[in-house]
Write a protein that binds this ligand. Structure first.
Ligand code: FAD
Length: 488
């Protein structure tokens, strides 16, 4: 006699609950049966949302699963009584076709980016006005470099030496010759040590020696907006309207919240995926609560910095495992301040600051009346790593003390309102994926490579040459289309 169905179900549920509890290190709140759907999308950043929207539009049943208590991932806005502060993406670029089309459909309130105050400098122990930079003794740059302001060095220096002619073919065999350390490459091309040091201050890398020159060439070739008068720019403008950059009223999280209203199925929030079991004809995920879900395919958009601690069975091996385990992520940490007095009027220098201190940059943002309304102390790379060993309160106190020391007019004139570290965000663990020397050849081909067909990968780390939000959205669409081709 066969067993009554409830016994089989119950046994499955108990085994499922136990294994999840072991993996998650906690007991499941309640045992549930395995829910089935067509596609599970893991990660509710713009890549995951984009994949889910595309699949739903094709009539596919999709469940989006997000670990955090809100969607958005690296689109996160700190909302405080003193204002809203974008901690991740803040700007939509002129060639963001997919993002602009979601935004249009979801009626996202775009605004022009706030004016930014120029920077003053605290470099080589001197406090310098930008007008005096070129001739200042603090300026130890060489030749034509001397006339370039420190925060503007990286783009022209890399673009001057950028060998990429056609960004769609950035990793051709010939271009892979430039998959070498960025500092070495620039030095060989006559860039001074001081320029390299200053570029390191503002560069979104973990150090120029840890960065593939080819990767950074791709980054800048990809965001080099067609100039007015270029044929491609005319074609672009005709299709999209005049190219522009936009921020979102209320912050980038508002854009995500609006776009998420286009989803047909309610996303699951606040319950991280802790295990993925891949089978020949589908895959099952286990969440921290013990909930299990099965689908024909999974689109996983979780950054590899986090995916490496999710149990995948059978465990990947070889270059796919190496890519998941070793992908390098840059770090970014912000401390936000509100100016309580116009300290820039006291010392006669612009409100922004670039320094060779741990406090690398202070971006001074304007409100719509042109008044400096908030300051974003933005640290990348090793400076961010230094901050990341601190609590939020410690970060704010540390940043305030350093600023007041470098710039005495700030004493009693700035109020800290919050801090945010992407390295400390346990569901992202970094700002973005970056290629080390050699990774364009050895790791890049494996980033987007599916695992056993059914476990597929999207997210900014799997992108080609596109930039930022658009790249992440495009990667989600790529995997949605792959599902439709292969399994629908
Ligand atoms: C400081 C900063 C500034 C930026 N500025 C810009 C800008 O101005 N313009 C621009 O275009 N781009 C910008 N970017 C880049 C842009 O934000 C990212 O490329 C994009 O948001 C990445 O989207 P994603 O979906 O690939 O990843 P994410 O947004 O990181 O999404 C991944 C999601 O997976 C979730 N997750 C993780 N683990 C689990 C788990 N176990 N279970 C379920 N879910 C999980 C995470 O919580 C997260 O929501 C910026 C990024 C940063 C950090």
């Amino acid at each position: 006699m066969s067993k009554p169905p409830f016994m089989t179900n119950r046994r499955q549920v108990i085994i499922g609950g136990l294994s999840a509890a072991l993996i998650a290190g906690c007991a499941p709140r309640n045992a549930r049966s395995v829910t089935e759907t067509d596609v599970l999308v893991i990660g509710g950043g713009i890549a995951g949302i984009s994949a889910a929207l595309r699949l739903e539009a094709e009539g596919v049943n999709v469940q989006l699963i997000e670990a955090d208590k809100q969607l958005g991932g690296r689109c996160f806005t700190l909302r405080t009584a003193d204002g809203t502060f974008d901690c991740g993406a803040s700007t939509v670029g002129p060639n963001y076709g997919n993002i602009l089309s979601y935004a249009h459909e979801a009626d996202v309130p775009f605004i022009a980016p706030p004016g930014k105050e120029k920077f003053s400098y605290h470099i080589n122990g001197e406090f310098v006005h930008p007008d005096a930079w070129e001739t200042s003794t603090a300026n130890r740059l060489v030749g034509s470099e001397r006339g370039i302001l420190p925060e503007q060095l990286e783009f022209p220096v890399v673009m001057k030496n950028n060998k990429i002619q056609d960004v769609t073919n950035w990793n051709s065999e010939e271009m892979l010759n430039y998959d070498i350390a960025l500092d070495r490459y620039l030095k060989e091309n006559g860039v001074s040590d001081e320029a390299l040091r200053l570029i390191d201050l503002t560069s979104n890398t973990m150090g120029l020696g840890q960065t593939s020159a080819l990767f950074q060439m791709r980054e800048f070739a990809g965001i080099d907006t067609p100039k007015k008068g270029d044929k491609v720019r005319e074609v672009y403008d005709a299709a999209n309207g005049p190219a522009g950059f936009y921020n979102v009223k209320g912050g980038m999280l508002t854009m995500i919240e609006r776009i998420a209203t286009l989803l047909k199925t309610e996303p699951m929030l606040g319950d991280p995926v802790v295990a993925i079991d891949v089978e020949k004809d589908g895959a099952t995920v286990t969440m921290a609560s013990g909930t299990k879900m099965r689908a024909k395919s999974i689109i996983c958009t979780v950054p590899y910095s986090v995916l490496r601690s999710i149990a995948i069975t059978p465990a990947p091996t070889g270059p796919k495992k190496a890519a998941i385990d070793n992908a390098l992520y840059t770090l970014t940490t912000h401390v936000f301040f509100i100016p309580t007095k116009p300290y820039w009027e006291d010392d006669g220098h612009p409100a922004g600051l670039v320094s060779d201190d741990v406090i690398e940059r202070v971006m001074a943002n304007h409100d719509e009346n042109g008044k400096v309304s908030w300051l974003d102390v933005w640290m990348n790379g090793t400076a961010a790593a230094t901050m990341d060993s601190m609590t939020e309160q410690e970060m704010m106190a540390f940043a305030q003390a350093r600023l007041e020391k470098m710039r005495p007019s700030m004493k009693g004139a700035i109020m800290p309102v919050g801090a945010y570290s992407w390295g400390q965000n346990k569901f992202v663990k970094g700002n973005k994926y970056i290629m080390r020397p050699g990774d364009a050849r050895d790791m890049y081909p494996w980033l987007a490579e599916p695992y056993m067909d059914r476990l597929r990968f999207a997210g900014e780390h799997t992108r080609d040459y596109e930039a930022g939000l658009e790249a992440a959205a495009t990667s989600g669409l790529r995997e949605a289309m792959a599902y439709l081709d292969l399994f629908a």
